[in-house]
Design a protein around this ligand. Structure first.
Ligand code: PRP
Ligand code: URA
Length: 268
């Protein structure tokens, strides 16, 4: 990991690099090596997270792309037409866990002293509001266990929505979340963010129920969907494994992975 310090001012050639680095926040805990190169001083330092950082892009300020190699490897297997239902299900579950690792990285901690077998020491626990997972039916169900593996005490709500085949607009048929929504953090789960209609409608339903802190976890996002969700709910951060190219005329994500619900439940 590289942290850049200006040395005798910064030469014009460094501008793109400086801009790229500014998109990420680094915390230098220990400087181990220093090397001089091209009028700039580079420090090799340790990043706070043990995972690769998430990619952000100025065009989509609410989007966080989890660029970890395992996520990208598994996503390619998931996309493959030849991947059978059983493996598809396992991959959705595993990628959901890895994305949840990143999406939980901003949860607040508070001190919680702990007795080891030898002595009392300082410890930490996640503070504040209880976490609630809310899959958007059907395909969001495939992500629940993978996220719950990291936060087993999370409650699970459900939002039933399907996309009308002609209008591509969401039609809602079910809503159930814990009663104390205003006191909770919500992770809304759906593998696909396509036009963004389903996600925006689900967030609106959660907010009507009192939710104020909502993150959206998906696997594949289309630019159109990220924009629509950000326009409707700029406070909702979206975590995904990939920002794909575009939607086709039928509202499917390209290159995408096909119909996530059908591939998860073998209904095609
Ligand atoms: C899929 C997907 C999302 C929605 C995304 O569900 O799981 O919920 O489409 O599309 P959008 O961003 O354009 O709204 P679908 O409507 O196919 O229902 P299903 O999960 O029951 O198959
Ligand atoms: N829903 C899916 O399951 N896949 C897409 O590509 C778009 C919406």
């Amino acid at each position: 990991m590289l942290v850049l310090r200006h040395h005798r001012g910064s030469p014009p050639a460094s501008t793109p690099l400086v801009q790229k680095i500014r998109q990420r926040i680094f915390v230098v805990t220990r400087v181990s090596r220093e090397a001089q190169h091209d009028g700039l001083v580079f420090f090799h330092a340790r990043e706070v997270s043990s995972f690769c950082p998430m990619d952000t892009t100025p065009a989509f300020p609410t989007l966080r792309i989890v660029s970890h190699p395992l996520v990208q490897h598994k996503l390619s297997l998931l996309r493959a037409r030849a991947t059978p239902t059983k493996i598809f299900k396992e991959l959705v579950d595993e990628i959901a866990t890895l994305i949840a690792y990143e999406a939980t990285s901003e949860l607040q901690l508070e001190s919680a002293p702990v007795e080891t077998p030898l002595e009392r020491t300082k410890g930490m626990r996640v503070s504040g509001k209880k976490l609630t997972l809310v899959p958007i039916l059907r395909a969001g169900l495939g992500m629940v266990e993978g996220v719950a593996r990291l936060v087993p005490s999370a409650r699970v709500g459900h939002i039933g929505l399907y996309r009308d085949h002609d209008t591509l607009e969401p039609v809602d048929y079910y809503f159930k979340v814990p009663g104390d929504a205003s006191e909770r953090d919500f992770f809304l789960l759906d593998p696909m963010l396509a036009t963004g209609g389903s996600a925006a409608a689900a967030v609106s339903s959660l907010k009507r129920a009192g939710a104020t802190r909502i993150r959206f976890l998906c696997l594949v996002a289309a630019p159109e969907g990220v924009r629509r969700l950000a326009d409707a709910h700029p406070d909702v951060i979206v975590y995904c494994a990939s920002l794909d190219r575009e939607l086709n005329a039928q509202g499917y994500i390209l290159p995408g992975l096909g119909d996530a619900g059908d591939r998860l439940f073998g209904t095609r």
